[in-house]
Design a protein around this ligand. Structure first.
Ligand SMILES: [Zn+2]
Length: 165
């Protein structure tokens, strides 16, 4: 059954590398049943060896991986898990352009699905002042997201028009 979703909460993994099975393993070690997030957005370092050997894998850059089912509350933001979806970017303080592109695209579809506005997109630190996660200035990000959504709307409208013609 679909949950009532009020927020999409952004996180970072606070690691330089990672992919869904790796992060699931870390979270299980911390006692969770499964990965705490619903979506993970990879950078160029899916595995530790990519980082250690300095062999980034561009095929992973910006790839969205599914974590926990959206129908099940995550384990990512104390007190807010039951009414939110958790999305994490792999990284500490720097993220790639592809990660941001994928994030905005994912948010667009989740916002449509759950009927949310940009104000419902929050960063972990906005619910917990002891955190800096996701290490993104959320007001700046929300402004960028608004701009992205406006541009997409114009583009979608044009495409509809072209298809009709
Ligand atoms: Zn977080």
């Amino acid at each position: 059954m679909r949950r009532k979703i009020k927020y999409i909460i952004l996180h970072c993994t606070d690691s330089l590398w990672g992919e869904v099975d790796e992060v699931r393993h870390w979270h299980k070690q911390r006692g969770f049943d499964d990965i705490g997030y619903h979506y993970l957005i990879c950078n160029r370092y899916p595995y530790y060896w990519n980082l250690k050997e300095n062999k980034p894998d561009p095929l992973f850059d910006g790839v969205v991986q599914k974590g926990r089912s959206e129908d099940i509350p995550g384990a990512h933001t104390k007190g807010k898990n039951s009414l939110s979806i958790g999305v994490a970017l792999v990284g500490t303080t720097k993220f790639t352009a592809s990660q941001f592109e994928s994030l905005k695209f994912l948010l667009k579809s989740l916002m449509e699905k759950y009927n949310l506005s940009v104000a419902n997109i929050r960063g972990h630190y906005e619910f917990n002042p002891n955190k800096t996660c996701p290490n993104i200035v959320m007001n700046t990000f929300r402004a960028e997201l608004r701009e992205y959504l406006t541009k997409r709307k114009i583009k979608d409208k044009k495409e509809r028009y072209v298809r009709k013609a």
